[in-house]
Design a protein around this ligand. Structure first.
Ligand code: 9Z3
Length: 320
């Protein structure tokens, strides 16, 4: 039922209460200014040349704090590799990218840096100058060049999040700031978003004590923001969500359901055991498997190529 004519639908009131009770972003004004600057620059270059397409890539997992002064939290496995790799290919395809990522997760142009043996990347010369090892020099030079180019051309803005509260507030801000891009806007929602959370007002303030015995905790369902994104925040944008399952028997059925229920243009279906090797692009009435060619290539290169084409068609047809 329309809330203007009667009581609010449960989903609508869940969304409202999520945002009303979420702790406000600590650096909300800074994010807002950065978004404005980024968008102004794109809008200017779109006026002076060919119109730039803009994609919001979300990446990495959201956490669910269990205490307001958070000591413990629920997390998930996502490394952010998919979002980081996809960002590089979107920039290469000419998109301006807003990379909304989990703090500490994989970053575009840095995917090759080893996290656990970082110092092995460097040599110390006799006069104590630090050098990248010869074996990695070509790769690092290319990464530096590509990264600098993306930043200097104003094609990359990075915004970090940690919790589910931060993630959804940032997604809303980005969506609103992108509204002027209309059909030229895209959402590529690769972040692994928590399905359940503890509402801020019912969360313990201090560290939960173990002396009280076993812990019983009731988690609330995170309202499905995908339909809000599609219907209210960015109704003309091209929207791609990801569906992850561990049971291959239900994956495609769940992806179809996400298409219908949330009005996504594309759902990328992947299975935990094989997500690095294979995904299935699900659109209305069509399924396309995308497989990684070999260990030296990224599956995301093909994925972004196909989505770029679909987005192009979508714009040509006026967003139908
Ligand atoms: C994905 O399915 C991504 O492909 C991965 C990427 C998280 C598997 P990595 O970051 O992994 O490269 O390690 N993302 C979406 C998962 C998700 O939370 N989807 C929601 C759902 O399945 C819809 S928004 O309900």
């Amino acid at each position: 039922m329309d809330s203007r004519n009667g009581p609010e639908a449960p989903q609508e009131s869940n969304v409202k209460s999520f945002f009303n009770s979420a702790p406000p972003l600590r650096d909300g004004d800074l994010i807002c200014n950065k978004l404005k600057e980024f968008m102004d620059r794109i809008s200017l270059s779109s006026e002076n040349g060919s119109p730039v397409r803009v994609v919001c890539v979300t990446s990495g997992g959201t956490t669910v704090p269990l205490e307001q002064r958070c000591v413990r939290y629920i997390d998930n496995f996502s490394s952010g590799h998919r979002g980081a790799a996809s960002t590089e290919y979107f920039v290469k395809a000419g998109y301006a990218v807003i990379f909304v990522y989990r703090r500490g997760s994989c970053q575009p142009y840095c995917r090759y840096l080893p996290q656990d043996s970082f110092l092995e990347f460097f040599d110390l010369t006799e006069d104590s100058t630090i050098q990248v090892c010869q074996s990695h020099a070509t790769m690092v030079k290319k990464a530096i060049r590509d990264y600098r180019k993306a930043v200097e051309e104003g094609l990359l803005l990075k915004i970090p999040f940690t919790t589910i509260f931060e993630y959804l507030q940032i997604l809303q801000m980005v969506a609103k700031s992108m509204s002027w891009t209309a059909t030229r806007g895209m959402f590529y929602l690769a972040a692994a978003v928590s399905d359940f959370y503890v509402p801020w007002e019912s969360m313990a303030e201090h560290k939960i004590q173990s002396a009280a015995g076993p812990l019983d905790m009731r988690l609330t369902q995170v309202p499905k923001m995908l339909s809000v994104l599609r219907k209210e925040w960015a109704p003309s944008a091209f929207c791609i969500s990801f569906k992850l399952e561990t049971d291959p028997g239900i994956l495609l059925q769940k992806a179809d359901m996400a298409m219908r229920k949330y009005g996504m243009h594309v759902v990328v279906a992947n299975e935990l055991a094989t997500y690095k090797e294979e995904v299935i692009i699900v659109t209305k009435g069509r399924r396309t498997a995308v497989r990684r060619h070999n260990k030296e290539t990224d599956l995301e290169e093909q994925l972004v190529y196909l989505l770029d084409e679909m987005h192009y068609e979508y714009i040509k047809q006026g967003g139908a």
